[in-house]
Design a protein around this ligand. Structure first.
Ligand code: NIG
Ligand code: FE
Length: 414
């Protein structure tokens, strides 16, 4: 494998450590001027100023990239998406523009059920091909690791197909794909009015296959009033944990149901959305070291109030940012849009936002020891930005400024 040296970066900016970063520490980045990185065997071998690096390493052995006038940051980790699906729902977006709510559309057999119909009809290859296109787009925004959820099958066959598509994508595409089983995304039409039986079905028929075939790292639930209750979420997630999966929860997105508290009770890897999370829930997330994953593009598309990022960080939480890319509530994978929303509307600092999109995203996927920062020993997943500072990620509002992506030491120009 090639040896690579990146020299003369106007600035190298990264959070530090092998765990999530909590509270006020999210604001601290390591910044090196005239920064340099040495990469060998896909891993970061050394980080420092160009002067320091050139003292210890010899250029001739390495392919050299001159990053003068540009800056280096870690690859982005998009830790919450639903990118494997069939069909689209533009008419629902227009219904929302004319005043219908997301939940009204869902109750009228639109929403997730619409995508379930189309996904059940989609072949493995159709899902795989659209998956490749979507990963290409994410990569162009600097995403080097993405989580993807099932949840548009809601039957054994299609849920397994979605997860197997992600497994193959992970093998074939340079973006790493982390699969999450979201069988409890909604109660499917076959089980309408019998949600408890649906949870039983997932626990006895689907989860064992997911676990035996090693198809998912996490189990998630859309814990929401009128969708999957707290009790059902608890029952399902406890069973999933017993079968070796770690946990995530769509928590307190539309109504305050106690999803954050449930995530803390179960020791989930992350609680996601949290637009309506209670103060008590926020305190518990901080105490239990659960990553609070915020998805401001969803709040933006649904025209809802944003999650209280400031309150969470001030209470000592580790906040991650992610896209929630999906065909319903948030049909965008635009990382630059999310930087803008996080900083302008959720009042996060640029430093906090960068930490949230890198190291804390990695922590939400149990990978903070391997990715999420530019440090010796970690995977060489990094971005060369077109401008001389990470500050342009926020300043160049909603514009993609990623020039080159390096994934596991391999240069990919999107
Ligand atoms: O995270 N809230 C539940 N799931 C997705 C939306 C899925 C859909 O509408 O297709 C979300 O917003
Ligand atoms: Fe989601």
């Amino acid at each position: 494998m090639t040896k690579l040296m990146i020299l003369h970066a106007a600035e190298l900016a990264t959070p530090e450590g092998k765990t999530a970063v909590y509270g006020e520490k999210m604001n601290h980045l390591k910044v090196i001027h005239d920064g340099a990185v040495v990469i060998e065997e896909g891993l970061i071998k050394a980080v420092g100023t160009t002067g320091e690096i050139l003292k210890n390493y010899h250029k001739p052995q390495h392919k050299v990239i001159d990053a003068a006038g540009r800056s280096l940051v870690p690859g982005f980790v998009d830790s919450h998406t639903h990118f494997i699906f069939g069909g689209y729902r533009p008419e629902e977006f227009f219904m929302r523009l004319s005043g219908k709510s997301y939940m009204e559309i869902m109750k009228a057999k639109g929403g997730i059920e619409n995508t379930v119909k189309a996904t059940r009809k989609s072949s493995f290859d159709e899902l795989f091909q659209s998956g490749i296109q979507r990963l290409n787009s994410m990569l162009s925004f600097g995403v080097t690791t993405v989580e993807g959820k099932s949840g548009y099958g809601l039957d054994l066959e299609t849920e397994i197909r979605q997860l197997k598509v992600m497994k193959k994508l992970n093998e074939k595409h340079s973006v790493d794909v982390v699969p999450t089983f979201l069988g409890a995304h909604a109660v499917p039409p076959e089980f309408k009015g019998h949600s408890s039986e649906y949870i039983d079905f997932i626990i006895s028929e689907v989860l064992p296959q997911v676990s035996d075939q090693n198809l998912a790292e996490f189990c998630d639930t859309f814990c929401e009033k009128g969708v999957i209750s707290i009790d059902h979420s608890r029952r399902l997630l406890s069973a999933a944990r017993n079968m070796g999966l770690d946990l995530k929860i769509h928590a307190d997105e539309i109504e305050q149901l106690g999803g954050a508290e449930l995530a803390a009770e179960l020791g989930a890897a992350s609680a996601d959305h949290l637009l309506e999370a209670s103060d008590e829930g926020i305190v518990r997330l901080a105490e239990k070291h659960i990553v609070a994953t915020l998805l401001p593009a969803t709040a933006f598309c649904l025209n809802k109030r944003y999650a209280s990022a400031r309150r969470m960080i001030d209470h000592g939480c580790a906040v991650a940012l992610a896209s929630d890319f999906n065909p319903g509530s948030c049909f965008t994978d635009s990382i630059p849009l999310i930087f803008s929303l996080a900083c302008i509307y959720m009042k996060m600092s640029g430093e906090e936002a960068l930490t949230a999109f890198t190291l804390n995203g990695a922590a939400a996927l149990n990978r903070a020891d391997k990715i999420g920062s530019i440090e010796e020993g970690k995977s060489a997943d990094l971005l060369i930005l077109k401008y001389p500072s990470y500050k342009y990620l926020v300043y160049n509002t909603a514009v993609n400024i990623v020039d080159q992506v390096i994934k596991r030491g391999k240069l990919i120009t999107p």
